[in-house]
Design a protein around this ligand. Structure first.
Ligand code: OGA
Ligand code: NI
Length: 333
């Protein structure tokens, strides 16, 4: 049976929406957002010549916020604009054409075009469709899930990934040194050159009742780190002291989330950020997170150099694919 896409639901919803999208009051963004304040998460300037200062800022933000924004990174704005243009064009294709990239039923991988990722509490649905595909390493890429249309889709994604490597290396190095390890140790520990870059495009169509729905429900990312570029429509929220705040949109910035694997490797020193998204009444929001992940068979746990008698491991060591399975099916780790 063909799945119902949110893009179609949105096009057919004039003033009201199907009840499966209406959140419980305790979750509705209209009732649970702290209005009038934007969360000023740390902004880190990568063009700062004092490298120690940048390293320190990355370490502190990873520890105290689990989240930060990078400005003046090395990724040219045209490269990001191209990535965004081709992704938007894909979602604007006729529905039948997008369905050619649908995630096959019962596929063990999450790659493909789809509508729902996690089983949601209370059986509610998020107001979002998505496309997932790997963009690195080259040997892991399955081009079956890369849109052929627009024809520049592949080039734009490859170009973006090329630049992403530099930023990711710098983050791993800083976070590694910030834990008292050698600069190369953290990246090596999660798989070195086999580390996977999984791209997701979130497509949030306009919604007549944005106060009642969520795009992506509250979660932490299961990656090591996530690097995200949104379009200009506000929607990302983070939890701070138990309250939900809008995260300030900064043009051209890269939004960084610390994910579960980083929290685990650091034995809890760095914190995965709890976040969710809201949607807009009259504009389409689109975002492009890249999840930087260990290879599926790779075992991740607290880094051995960070644990001893006084600091016992706070997390289990397990294969990343087993961690992902538990997380997606809401089974305790
Ligand atoms: C996600 C996510 C945030 C956004 O897809 O995991 O948190 O801004 N997206 O769309
Ligand atoms: Ni997320």
């Amino acid at each position: 049976m063909e799945e119902l896409r949110v893009q179609r639901v949105a096009s057919e919803s004039k003033d009201s929406i199907p009840t499966e999208f209406v959140r419980l009051e305790t979750e509705q963004p209209g009732k649970t957002t702290v209005h009038g304040t934007q969360l000023e998460v740390p902004i880190i300037d990568f063009s700062e010549p004092d490298e120690d200062k940048v390293l320190h800022e990355i370490m502190e933000a990873s520890r105290d916020w689990g989240m930060f924004q990078i400005v003046n990174h090395e990724i040219p704005s045209q490269v990001i604009e191209k990535l965004q243009a081709v992704g938007k064009q894909f979602f604007e294709l006729p529905q039948e054409e997008k369905e050619q990239y649908a995630k096959p039923e019962n596929s063990p991988s999450i790659e493909g075009y789809g509508t729902k990722l996690q089983k949601d509490v209370n059986n509610k649905k998020g107001w979002v469709d998505h496309l997932f595909h790997k963009i690195s390493p080259p040997s892991d890429i399955n081009y079956r899930f890369w849109p052929k249309n627009p024809p520049t889709y592949r080039e734009a994604n490859e170009e973006y990934d090329k630049y992403l490597h530099g930023v990711i290396d710098k983050l791993f190095k800083s976070m590694s040194i910030g834990l008292g390890l050698e600069g190369h140790e953290l990246k090596e520990f999660v798989g070195g050159d086999s580390i996977v870059h999984l791209l997701k495009i979130n497509y949030y169509p306009p919604c007549p009742c944005p106060d009642l729905v969520l795009g992506v429900p509250p979660h932490t990312d299961m990656s090591c780190i996530t690097l995200l570029v949104p379009n200009y429509v506000q929607g990302l929220q983070a939890s701070r002291d138990g309250h939900w705040y809008d995260v300030k949109y900064i043009p051209n910035a890269l939004v960084i989330h610390i994910g579960d694997q980083m929290e685990i490797m650091s034995n809890g020193k760095y914190k995965a950020v709890f976040h969710r998204t809201t949607v807009s009444k009259d504009e389409t929001r689109i975002s492009w997170p890249v999840f930087v992940e260990p290879p599926p068979e790779h075992v991740v746990g607290p880094h051995p150099k960070l644990i001893n008698k006084d600091n016992p491991p706070k997390y289990k060591s397990k294969k990343y694919k087993d961690y992902a399975y538990c997380k997606l099916n809401k089974i305790p780790q």
